[in-house]
Design a binder for this molecule. Structure first.
Ligand code: FES
Ligand SMILES: [Fe+2]
Length: 443
């Protein structure tokens, strides 16, 4: 439970708020590269931390991110003309380059144009995402590379999906390893045969679902790290072994969710404003190489909505067919006979629970239990970092030269004395072997 004041501090992200100030100190996904594919192509609207912006790929191929309203008298630059390395407002023809300089003002003397500046944010394209830094220029740190800067443009895999709730409650879902024993359950898991992988080592993807279903009260073990934390949700397998799912939280809104054998895809919860967010999925070169490709989607037999799953617009935006307006197409018959939720796909199940809490959940009303420790810790870390920043202490994990690409999740059945804290790190023998193999393949 949080106090009203803490909940406000945690969830409000607009200009001048403490959390808004903290988030603006981190390089943040602003849009997908696929939304502005062409040099000189149409601009797109971007709303980020409650600020209305417009993005465009100028005629030289570089992306600009400007305030949406023209500095002259406020017409939207979304309707502007993308020409001559600038975005030209169609009201009176003032034109702004990607740094916000007014480079042409046909109706006024040049000396006036030199004094006009549109608010512009720096950008960096990496892994199929246009990232931006919205904090004060004097505190800007180098880009944090989670392993995407090495990716060839055609190997980049990034997608995003809209969610009509505050970013914290959306992120809490990813950090909650207990809910998979309930929300995502379906009866066909009982029919998955014993394939022999219930022993120390890596269970098959199918068998790991049986483990989640078997032990519904995982124990949580935390490990605080320089970037945030990792934790293991410990379950007992049907044959009595110790199974761990290891998730990571990375300041300020990144998550890395368990994968067999390990994973480095980032689920990033980017506030559009206080009451909505984009759920980004950014896949790293490592993940690409292993062909693991992000969170797993399981076939749920006899579902009528399968066709809706995994569809993606060319831009990379994943459309929503199941929303609050249609009650996520809940199928009560399926809820009785097929699955725990009666909602068609994993992600829509997550969206249903987190959005149905309301746009900004009132955390004075909640009752937290032992399986909520991961999200309790995340809240505590963010609240402390936001308050520290207000008192002049720099934010954690912003430096550009830290090993962000070595942050990974993992999932495994442990040997009797095995320490889960090693799994998925650079010290994990499996990771080491695959990194070496990858280096050979790249050569
Ligand atoms: S409002 Fe944009 S040029 Fe006048
Ligand atoms: Fe989930």
């Amino acid at each position: 439970m949080l106090s009203q004041e803490e909940n406000e501090l945690l969830t409000r992200v607009g200009p001048g708020t403490l959390m808004g100030n903290l988030l603006r100190r981190y390089w943040t996904p602003a849009l997908l590269c696929g939304e502005v594919p062409e040099s000189g192509g149409p601009p797109v609207r971007v709303r980020l931390f409650g600020e209305n912006l417009v993005a465009f790929r100028d005629t030289s191929g570089q992306v600009g991110l400007l305030q949406e309203n023209c500095p002259h008298r406020g017409a939207s630059l979304y309707f502007g003309r993308n020409e001559d390395c600038a975005l030209r407002c169609v009201y009176h023809g003032w034109a702004y380059d990607r740094d916000g300089n007014c480079v042409d003002m046909p109706s006024e003397p040049r000396s006036f144009a030199d004094r006009i500046k549109a608010r512009a944010y720096p950008v960096h394209e990496s892994g199929g995402v246009v990232w931006t830094y919205m904090g004060p220029r004097e505190t800007m740190t180098p880009f944090r590379d989670f392993g995407t800067d090495l990716l060839a443009a055609d190997a980049a895999m990034a997608a995003k999906q809209y969610s009509s709730c505050n970013f914290i409650q959306a992120m809490e879902g990813n950090l909650d390893s207990a809910h998979i024993s309930f929300l995502h359950q379906f009866n066909a898991i009982d029919d998955i045969p014993d394939d022999g992988s219930d022993r120390p080592g890596y269970p098959s993807n199918a068998y790991s679902m049986k483990i989640w279903r078997h032990d519904k009260s995982p124990r949580f073990e935390m490990s605080e790290e320089w970037y945030g934390y990792r934790y293991a949700a410990v379950r007992t397998t049907p044959k009595g072994h110790k199974h761990v799912r290891i998730n990571a939280f990375v300041y300020p809104f990144n998550t890395c969710v368990a994968n067999v054998p390990y994973g480095s895809s980032q689920g990033i919860f980017v506030p559009i404003d206080d009451t909505s967010c984009w759920r980004y999925l950014v896949t790293t070169h490592e993940q690409n190489r292993h062909g693991l490709g992000g969170p797993r989607f399981f076939e749920v037999p006899q579902y009528p909505y399968d066709k809706m799953r995994g569809q993606q617009l060319p831009s990379g935006i994943i459309p929503r067919a199941l929303t609050a307006e249609n009650d996520y197409c809940i199928d009560r018959e399926a809820q009785r006979t097929v699955s725990f939720s009666g909602i068609a796909d994993f992600v829509s199940q997550d969206l249903m629970v987190t959005e149905s809490m309301g746009p900004v959940y009132d955390r004075t009303q909640e009752h937290l239990g032992t399986t909520d420790v991961a999200l309790i810790r995340m809240r505590g870390m963010l609240l402390k970092a936001a308050r520290d920043l207000a008192e002049g202490k720099g934010p954690p994990a912003v430096e550009g030269d830290l090993p962000y690409a070595s942050i990974r999740s993992a999932e495994k059945i442990l040997e009797p004395e095995e320490d889960w804290r090693v799994l998925g790190t650079d010290a994990d023998p499996l990771v080491r072997k695959e990194l070496e193999l990858g280096a050979v393949l790249v050569d």
